[in-house]
Design a protein around this ligand. Structure first.
Ligand SMILES: C[S@@+](CC[C@H](N)C(=O)[O-])C[C@H]1O[C@@H](n2cnc3c(N)ncnc32)[C@H](O)[C@@H]1O
Length: 506
């Protein structure tokens, strides 16, 4: 603290010599600018560099990104609900980029210069800022490498259906009053005779049972593998936790992130500065890729707000396979009033870890009376699925969001819950029974529910503990109990299973 901008720069760059080199480079670039801009650029740089000094907050002019230098070289985002460690130097670099851009842009675009000249000046000024940024992020990379280690789980629990609980432990489980109260909340019927048999699918939550009973249960289960694992915490950390256990094992990943709509109407944060959102996604994509098998597929669900930019990011990590247009369904009411073509689709990108990932081709049944173009009856397996979904009468896949009375809905309009039949289409095309599927943005738990009903195993991350308690765990318990909604009927789902939940230590 109390250092001059020059001293700060020297500290930032690491030595007097690198400062001299930077200064020479910077003056050369600066002298090419118009004098008024030179002054502004100088001031903007000094101000921006001062702001990134240790201990000082870094904020964009909009005040949306605010990083704080914390202990042991960690940068914390202050506006997140929980402190969030950004372990990747690129994230920091990009936040600083946003910072510098916000200050340099006015410098370059002001004055008498025509638009094009302003742009050229911005480019030059921007170049000036690159060298110190590179030095800074290089050192961050080394310093933060150690934060790549997987975090610890603070608490763990099992959801398990009674039929999977060894018989000698069932009577005590059934007698547990807290568990019975939970079943009443979930409106699950407890038939004592059935419950004592081997057939009951009533779901237990081990958090409600005495520790000694849980220890006996864990011992009796031995190394029985769960059909699903939910990690509660920010997915940058949750994916690291999963990576330590499941790297290279996931056959299919589905990412349905906040679309960055700038709307405050959702249960999750959906208004970030663009550079920030891209950094956020870049890190999650890199981690998700590490979990994928070599022939694995990643689907990324998005809308018009960040679609093209997400695609550029995806291209950095994986191989493009297809772009699916999912027509949301019929439009009515308020939506139809827009004075433009009515928005009625989302985009789902399909990417492979290699150019041709595993793919099980899907077909729609021939509609009644269907004939080939030559007038003969069809002989194939059905109509092969195209990359436009829900766009014909043969292909019905309306979003549950537009159905007022879908029993599949978890009752939270602020969650942008997707349909189980939409997920089923992707999981069936890109995984086999028994495969692991991943959803780093689990939301209401659609991927988990669909995976269970399709005989896949699932890994999920969700940062909001409230959402986990209020929506995901009750939904999973109803699924384990054999609920009849979503794709239950088509898949002949009868319930039963074992899932694990891990809450990450902060
Ligand atoms: C669009 S919703 C997913 C909806 C989900 N596909 C469904 O069908 O219910 C995005 C979810 O990602 C969660 N989320 C956002 N940022 C996250 C993060 N950094 N780590 C983990 N979860 C996150 C939000 O809390 C929200 O529940």
């Amino acid at each position: 603290m109390g250092l001059s901008p020059r001293e700060r720069l020297i500290r930032w760059l690491g030595s007097e010599a690198s400062f001299a080199a930077w200064e020479a480079e910077a003056s050369e670039g600066l002298s090419a600018l118009a004098p008024a801009s030179q002054e502004r650029v100088r001031a903007a740089l000094a101000e921006a560099l001062a702001a990134v000094d240790e201990g000082a907050p870094v904020s964009t002019t909009s005040g949306e990104v605010s990083l704080r230098w914390a202990h042991e070289g960690c940068w914390l985002r202050e506006e997140d609900e929980e402190p969030y460690l950004y372990p990747e130097p690129e994230v920091l670099g990009a936040a600083l980029e946003g910072e510098l851009r916000a200050r340099l842009l006015p410098a370059a675009s002001e004055g008498l210069a025509a638009l094009t000249q302003g742009a050229a000046e911005l480019a030059q000024a921007w170049e000036l800022a690159q060298a110190p940024l590179a030095a800074r992020t290089g050192r961050e990379r080394e310093r933060l490498a150690r934060h790549d280690a997987p975090p610890e789980a603070a608490r763990r629990a099992l959801l398990i259906s009674l039929d999977r609980v060894p018989a000698p432990l069932r009577a005590a489980a059934l007698a547990c009053e807290a568990q019975r109260a939970r079943w009443r909340e979930l409106e699950l019927e407890v038939d004592p005779e059935l419950a004592a048999s081997d057939a009951s699918k009533l779901p237990l939550d081990t958090r409600l049972h005495p520790e000694a009973w849980v220890a006996d249960l864990r011992a009796a289960l031995g190394d029985a593998q769960p059909a699903g694992v939910l990690v509660v915490g920010d997915n940058a950390r949750a994916l690291r936790w999963l990576r330590a256990r499941y790297a290279g094992q996931v056959q299919c990943a589905y990412l349905d992130p906040p679309f960055n709509t700038q709307s405050r109407a959702f249960a999750y944060r959906d208004a970030r500065p663009r550079a920030d959102w891209l950094c956020f996604m870049d890190e999650r994509l890199a981690l998700s890729r590490e979990l994928l098998r070599e022939d694995g597929t990643l689907y990324a669900h998005i809308d018009q707000h960040e679609k093209e930019r997400l695609r550029l990011l995806l291209d950095r990590h994986l191989h493009y396979v297809a772009e699916v247009i999912w027509r949301i369904g019929w439009v009515s009411g308020f939506k139809t009033r827009a004075k433009k073509f009515i928005r009625n689709h989302d985009t789902i990108y399909q990417y492979g870890k290699r150019p041709q990932p595993f793919f099980s081709k899907r077909y729609l049944p021939y509609p009644e009376g269907y004939v080939r173009r030559d007038g003969k009856p069809p002989t194939g397996k059905g109509i092969p699925l195209e990359d436009t979904w829900n766009c014909s009468s043969a292909d019905r896949l309306d979003s549950i969001q537009i159905m007022s009375f879908s029993r599949e809905k978890v009752g939270r309009g602020d969650l942008t819950q997707k349909n189980e039949n939409l997920l089923a289409r992707m999981l069936e095309a890109s995984s086999r029974e028994g495969d692991w599927v991943l959803d780093p943005f689990l939301g209401s738990g659609t991927t988990a529910a669909t995976a269970l009903k399709l005989g896949r195993r699932w890994l999920g991350c969700e940062r909001s503990p409230e959402l986990v308690d209020e929506v995901i765990l009750p939904r999973l318990q109803r699924v384990l109990a054999g609920e009849r909604y979503g794709i239950s009927r088509e898949t002949g789902w009868e319930g039963g299973g074992l899932c694990e939940v891990a809450w990450l230590a902060l």
